[in-house]
Every structure is written in C-alpha cells, then in structure tokens.
Design a protein around this ligand. Structure first.
Ligand code: MEV
Length: 271
C-alpha cells in the first residue's frame, strides 16, 4: 500500500499572464489531495476545493504521477503531471503542477514549451494573514477561461500587451516585497493585480461587487487562478489588516471563509 499527497496552490500574482511567458508567483497551501493505492484500487481524498482556482487538478496530476514514479524523482513527477495537465487544459503554463510538486513559494516562468524556469522564493518579510473566500465554482473551466483570454488578446492586441505588462510589473513588485527589497503595501499590490484581471475579463460581476465591498471596508481581494466570467469566479485571496472585520463581513453574508497557510510542503509520501 502506498499513500501520497500533493498540495493545492494559490497564485499571488501572474495568473493568465504566465501562459504568455510572463512570470508568476505561486504558493503551495495547507490543503492537500491524497491518493491511496491498494492493489488495483485507488482512493482519493481531498480538501482542495474542486475547479475553484486552488489547483485541485494539478494536485491530482502530481499525486497520480508520484504514485507511478519509482524511484521517487521530483523532476519526473513534475514532467508527467504537466503531461496530464496538458490533456485536461490544452495550454497550461505548468505553474500549478510545479508548485504542487516542489511546494513553498515559487517564481515561475514558461519561456517556451521546452524551457520552464522556476526558483524557490525565500520569503524574508513577515507575511500577514491571508484568507480565502470561495465565490463558488465558475461555470467555465480553466481551459475555457484560458481560451477567452486568448480571444481577448487576438481582438485587442495592444490593450492585451499593456495588461500583461501591468501584471508582470505587479508580480515583480510582489517579489521585491517578499524578499524585503522594497516596501509595498500588500493591499495595494492585491488591488492592482485584481483590477488588471478585471480588465482582462476573467472576473464576474458578482465577484467584482463582492471585491468592491471588501475594498470599501478596508481590505483587498483578488481572484486567484483562472477566474470565472459568467457567474462565480472561484476563490478570492483576501487580505485585511484587521481580520475580525473581514470575518464579520463574511459571516453577515454567509460566505465560506477560511485562513490559508502559504508556502507549504510539496508532494510527499504519507504511508
Ligand atoms: C490557473 O491556475 C492559472 C492560469 O494562469 C492557467 C495556467 O497557468 O495554466 C489561468
């Protein structure tokens, strides 16, 4: 019998742009998916919300390839998981499976299909508390959202380039913040990132309204992952300097909110 587990993820900055060779910062989270293999049977257990931007499919792909990989080799696990992701999503950046494999905080960039660069980020700043509010499973899949963004890019090439450059600039600021090389207000970085994602068309009206309220009560929130346009937009990564205010807001609206730990361990053998 063998049991392996792999973490879900959040993207601090760079989703969608990362499909177009721009950098992204990803973090493995304290929600995991495990697969237990007993003979020919496989039992899956997961606390990663499915299809909501927390990398559930990547965690599954990583855990599955880890089960098959003998001897244990992270590079091979990651390569095989990427192949599985490609079957599901068509044109993934590979960021989700890479952070689920290696864990921690990652700087990730897909230069070309055959050259993906990533490096662990040693976070030097004392990170504030981050919360997740789940706006619900989007009607669109990640593959559909990535295609929508590609269409937007074809129709508005100039605007598209501007947005990608804007996102890259926020991602670089995030990096300097994490490395304590420059001081930025985390709430401003999140807001800047969110507004660019809205311009890209990956945030639904419902999610936008919720985010505006969070901003009005002094917080900041962004979609993390592919987002969703028609109705729900998956999870929001939320920050507020006074978490009690945020929790009160979420409770008053009956929203699903939880504290999330970032920079957790990657794929591992459990038993
Ligand atoms: C999905 O978690 C993140 C996207 O950037 C797609 C990808 O990187 O493959 C939207």
């Amino acid at each position: 019998m063998l049991k392996v587990s792999a973490p879900g993820k959040i993207i601090l900055s760079g989703e969608h742009a990362v499909v177009y060779s721009r950098p992204a910062i990803l973090a493995a989270v304290n929600l995991r998916l495990s697969i237990r293999s007993k003979g020919s049977k496989r039992v899956i257990d997961s606390d990663v919300p499915v299809g909501c931007g927390m990398g559930s499919s990547a965690a599954y792909a990583v855990a599955l390839s880890a089960l098959k990989c003998k001897p244990w080799n992270l590079e091979k696990i990651n390569d095989y998981a990427y192949k599985i992701e490609k079957k599901h999503h068509g044109n993934p950046s590979g960021g989700d499976n890479t952070v689920s494999t290696y864990g921690g905080f990652l700087w990730y960039r897909k230069e070309a299909e055959g050259l993906k660069i990533f490096s662990p980020i040693k976070v030097r700043v004392k990170l504030p508390k981050f919360f997740i509010i789940n706006t619900g499973k989007p009607l669109e899949s990640t593959k559909e959202m990535v295609s929508l963004v590609a269409e937007f890019g074809k129709k508005n090439p100039k605007k598209f380039k501007e947005i990608l450059t804007g996102i890259e600039s926020v991602t670089r600021k995030f990096l300097q913040y994490l490395l304590k090389e420059k001081e930025y207000k985390i709430s401003e970085l999140i807001k800047e990132n969110e507004h660019l994602l809205e311009e890209l068309g990956v945030v639904s009206e419902t999610a936008k309204q919720m985010i505006r309220v969070i901003e009005r009560i002094g917080g900041a929130a962004k979609v993390s992952g592919a987002g969703g346009k028609k109705d729900r937009s998956g999870i929001l990564l939320v920050y507020h300097k006074n978490p009690k205010t945020l929790i009160k807001f979420a409770k008053s609206r009956n929203l699903d909110i939880f504290l999330v730990k970032l920079g957790e361990e990657g794929v591992r053998i459990e038993e």
